[in-house]
Design a protein around this ligand. Structure first.
Ligand code: SF4
Length: 234
């Protein structure tokens, strides 16, 4: 019998514990009177196609310049912004993306993330993915970790693990998301679903980085007993 998302969550929770994503620098925002959720939004865009250590360097640059807030990025000179976020890679496109979203937050929501997030999840998602360069994974990361909305984030690691275990799901983004949400929402109360989705996504990322890599390290994996993958293929 194949593993369910709920069982996967229970096994990973036991092994990895709560990971409390998304990492934010609360002291910076307290000191600068800025909204910490904006750091999640910017981080979710900067992390596209790069490692988190590169994102951290770009975020540090933004903080040193006191630019990690909606107004500063919306009003920044695009060339300068590109230089500041250079460590995150694909800096021309990413500078454009973070500025477009910041301008939207400035012009339509008066710099106020409460105004932005205090709406129906489907409407916010549609608005996010209408911005060039913001796809489903980025939009859902923003909704889950910045907006505190109950939506499961699917990434390449999730797809890899679904495929290897395997989990009994189809392969498209929407189908995998629905598969996780349907199962987890049956087993956990609505009031903790956002936390469960956030933790499980974080645990899957750690599992894929530490064990279920491209070349998997099955011997030490917490899922070894339940996994059908044949590591002799590697
Ligand atoms: S047992 Fe191996 S293939 Fe299966 S999830 Fe763990 S690392 Fe991946």
């Amino acid at each position: 019998m194949s593993l369910s998302p709920t069982l996967l969550y229970q096994i990973l929770l036991k092994k990895l514990g709560n990971l409390y994503w998304w990492p934010i620098d609360k002291n910076y925002h307290k000191k600068n009177k800025s909204d910490p959720r904006f750091e999640v939004i910017i981080g979710a865009i900067l992390t596209q196609n790069t490692s988190w250590s590169n994102v951290e360097k770009a975020l540090e640059n933004l903080k040193s310049d006191r630019k990690l807030n909606i107004k500063s990025i919306a009003d920044a000179n695009l060339k300068n912004l590109t230089k500041i976020i250079k460590p995150s890679g694909f800096f021309n496109q990413k500078a454009q993306r973070i500025q477009t979203l910041s301008k939207l937050l400035k012009d339509k929501y008066n710099y106020n993330l409460y105004n932005f997030f205090n709406r129906d999840i489907k409407i916010i998602r549609k608005e996010l993915v209408s911005i060039k360069g913001i796809g489903l994974e980025t939009a859902d990361s923003i909704l889950l970790y910045a907006g505190d909305k109950p939506i499961f984030v699917v990434d390449a690691y999730t797809k890899r693990i679904c495929n290897r275990l395997p989990l009994d799901t189809e392969t498209s983004y929407d189908e995998i998301q629905l598969f996780f949400e349907n199962d987890l929402s049956k087993n956990y109360e609505d009031k903790i679903l956002t936390k469960v989705y956030g933790e499980l996504h974080a645990q899957i990322v750690i599992l894929a980085k530490d064990y279920c890599r491209k070349k998997p390290n099955c011997t030490d994996c917490p899922l070894l007993k339940d996994c059908m993958f044949d590591d002799k293929l590697f």
